[in-house]
Design a protein around this ligand. Structure first.
Ligand code: ATP
Length: 214
């Protein structure tokens, strides 16, 4: 699972998903937009539009799935609930992985029921340029004794481990920078998949003064 706001999805997300799948030998990567992200402000466009952009971005990429399950639930989009659903779908023996960038990982101790995340899945933390701060104390306590050295050690069990990964193509792309560029009318070419760029421009998404929701 690679969850996120995807406001909008960009090539940093998609390239990470492809490389994660290869590095860990995953059958598939569920990319799951949060309908109502609990720890940040209301996204600029609706969950449905972010899902549409994600589907366009994934296109026919093998092994990547645009998963709408958090749009189908009421209330805040807690990853612990999402992982419990995936666990129920794939069974107790399946190896489940929740991947997240280092910036998101730094706030993990503030998430809803963080211990439940490890009960349901492994966590894989992906290095991200410009996001390299040290771990806060509550996070260090949360992950104590969980870290493993490599993908093989992680995948020996269905859940509970932590692996930090440096993927080959680290990309300094953020949705914040993409939104800012679109607001200012600057180019986003090669930051977004072409189909995502085309739709964002055609609908005027993220344009300064545009209605949230597109
Ligand atoms: P924003 O700038 O709006 O905060 P973002 O670019 O960080 O957005 P999110 O949708 O918040 O995108 O990210 C979803 C997940 O993908 C998070 O775990 C985040 O750390 C990770 N991620 C985002 N961009 C990258 C990137 N360029 N490389 C690796 N991981 C990334």
């Amino acid at each position: 699972m690679l969850g996120g706001t995807f406001d909008p999805v960009h090539l940093g997300h998609l390239r990470s998903a492809v490389e994660l799948r290869e590095a860990l030998g995953l059958d598939r990567v569920h990319m799951i937009p949060a309908a109502r992200p609990p720890l940040r402000g209301e996204p600029r466009v609706t969950p449905e539009e972010r899902l549409t952009l994600l589907r366009l971005g994934i296109g026919d990429t093998p092994g990547l799935v645009a998963d709408p399950r958090e749009l189908e639930r009421d209330g805040p989009s807690y990853s612990a609930d999402t992982l419990a659903e995936l666990r129920a779908a794939y069974g107790v023996e399946a190896r489940l992985v929740m991947a997240l960038g280092h910036d998101a990982f730094l706030r993990l101790a503030d998430w809803h029921a963080p211990e439940r995340l490890f009960a349901e899945a492994h966590l894989v933390v992906v290095d991200r340029p410009d996001h390299e701060a040290a771990l806060p104390e509550p996070l260090a306590e949360l992950i104590a004794g969980r870290e493993v050295e490599d993908a093989a050690a992680l995948m020996a069990a269905p859940a509970g481990g932590l692996l930090r990964l440096r993927l080959p193509s680290r990309m300094a792309i953020s949705a914040t920078a993409v939104r800012r560029r679109l607001a200012e009318g600057r180019s986003v070419r090669y930051l977004l998949p072409e189909a995502v760029e085309a739709r964002a421009l055609a609908l005027g998404l993220y344009r300064r003064g545009a209605e949230a929701g597109g």
